[in-house]
Design a protein around this ligand. Structure first.
Ligand SMILES: *Cc1c(COP(=O)(O)O)cnc(C)c1O
Length: 491
């Protein structure tokens, strides 16, 4: 352990009486708060000098790994670079000091931005109207399914309580359907990783009239474009269901093709994936939902509308809202800055470059890593572990070893279709030099697995903390400092 203050709590540096700063003598006399408003005992706060505090938190922040530290090819997450200008825009006090209930005369600029972003998402997706209210992709799914449920209810078609979800879907799809009170019917994938249309047809023979919607992710969780969408869309609509598009993987389609043109009725977009904004660890996010013409009335309130030259908030007190209010404005701001920075022409390069980068890595590594579905992918692809299974080195080991070489691990053990899944998504932002050094390191690890497997199995060796016991941490979490002190007795 070096002399950095790794891994400790600020409370461990406390010295009674030590202070980070002291206030000058006040000119006004001292007055005690009323006794009823005071604590009986002083709060237990750390007492440290300023430099200790600064070093402690700076060192902790440097233990974090983000896109600004290095390559972060986390499949399914689109960990793209968040340009600095986005942060500058989001930090402007004219935006960051807004109150959601302030008079609309005083925030026309913010409402205009909100409205313009709704229009831009419509143009990019081919859907008629958007709500920016939901706070995450999963929240967008729930909102979208509630819209679909309202649509069927309004037509008096109340027996439609089932949602079709492919077995390759992100876990949030069935979870959102369940939270919405809908039942889930799973449809299988073919060996090529696409929705099995024959299985779907069989399902519809008995369930057709109970189907509220089919949820599809495109490109799907294996990074593959669902080529049967026209046929699927046709048979679902024929039986009276709606088509829901999980647009979390919208990145490779940006400026190239539009879910609205493919016949989808409702979709969500993850602003925090496709339109930058750093995310992870549960936030921050934004999951706008778009609907085709004819479904606008089911969108949640409040809504931002344009009347003449003015922007208005509609439906603030209607009570129909699904509770999302105005959503995560700072994430919208970043998305808006990002779209304007790229502009109409450059945004068309995002999808093709993300696709090129993913295919470049896939083709460069498939001699050492098992590629179960060997086709051209979109923005991401999935290996099923090392090709040479005799070494005993698992996907987990490879992921840990990557940390030693300064790369964040790809997504592992997801999707669930393969035992040793290792899912890589480089995004369009990376240079060929970064892609090449990642490819090189992956080849080195494959060689180590053959020649000195223990080095890989015991990795990571260069990180502040080695392998953690995930199961112990989940089953016996230690959540308080005092307990921590009791457990290992050193503190
Ligand atoms: C990330 C993701 C989601 C969920 O989005 P959150 O913002 O994490 O709730 C849904 N579907 C797919 C395909 C995703 O990749």
């Amino acid at each position: 352990m070096n002399n950095k203050l790794y891994g400790n709590l600020i409370f461990e540096y406390t010295h009674p009486g030590r202070q980070a700063y002291s206030l000058p003598q006040q000119e006004v006399p001292h007055t005690d708060l009323p006794a009823a408003m005071r604590r009986e005992e002083d709060a237990q706060l750390p007492e440290c000098d300023e430099l200790t505090v600064v070093r402690h938190y700076t060192n902790h922040s440097q233990n974090n790994f983000g896109v600004n530290n290095g390559f972060y090819p986390l499949g399914s997450c689109t960990m793209k670079y968040n340009p600095i200008i986005n942060e500058e825009m989001a930090a402007l006090p004219q935006f960051s000091q807004l109150h959601p209930m302030q008079d609309t005369n005083t925030c026309q600029g913010a409402l205009e931005l909100y409205y313009n972003l709704q229009r831009m998402l419509s143009e990019l997706s081919g859907l008629r109207e958007f709500t920016l209210n939901p706070f995450a992709g999963a929240h967008g799914e729930l909102t979208g399914l509630m819209i679909i449920r309202s649509y069927h209810e309004k037509r008096g078609d109340s027996k439609r309580t089932k949602v079709i979800v492919p077995d390759s879907a992100h876990g949030t799809n069935p979870a959102s359907a369940a939270v919405c009170g809908l039942d889930i019917l799973e449809v299988k994938s073919t060996k090529d990783g696409l929705v099995d249309v024959d299985d779907l047809k069989t399902l519809l023979q008995t369930e057709g009239e109970n189907i509220a919607a089919m949820m599809m992710t495109n490109p799907n969780t294996l990074g593959l474009f669902e080529q049967q969408i026209p046929e699927i869309e046709k048979i679902i609509h024929e039986c009276g269901g709606l088509m829901y598009y999980d647009g979390a993987n919208f990145n490779p389609l940006l400026g190239v093709s539009r879910p609205g043109d493919m016949g989808f009725d409702v979709m969500h977009i993850n602003l925090h994936k496709t339109f930058s904004t750093p995310h992870g660890g549960g936030g921050p996010g934004s999951g706008p939902v778009g609907v085709r013409q004819g479904l606008e009335e089911f969108l949640p309130t409040p809504r931002i509308v344009k009347k003449g030259d003015r922007f208005e908030v509609e439906g603030l007190n209607e009570g129909h809202s699904v509770g999302a209010f105005f959503g995560n404005f700072a994430v919208m701001l970043r998305a808006y800055a990002y779209i304007l920075t790229l502009g109409k022409e450059n945004i068309k390069m995002v999808g093709p470059l993300a696709t090129l980068n993913a295919n470049y890595i896939k083709e460069s590594l498939k001699d050492d890593f098992e590629l179960p579905i060997d086709v051209v992918c979109k923005h991401e692809f999935v290996f099923d572990g090392l090709k040479d299974k005799s070494t005993g080195v698992t996907t987990m080991d490879v992921a840990k070893r990557l940390l030693d070489y300064g790369f964040h691990a790809p997504t592992i053990y997801f999707p669930l279709l393969f035992h040793e899944a290792l899912m890589v998504e480089p995004t369009e932002n990376e240079s060929i030099d970064t892609l090449d050094s990642f490819i090189n390191v992956m080849h080195i690890i494959a060689k180590e697995a053959r020649e000195t497997p223990d080095i890989v199995k015991e990795a990571p060796h260069n990180t502040p903390i080695g392998r953690v016991d995930d199961v112990l941490a989940a089953k016996n979490p230690i959540l308080t400092y005092t307990q921590f002190a009791n457990q290992d007795g050193e503190n």
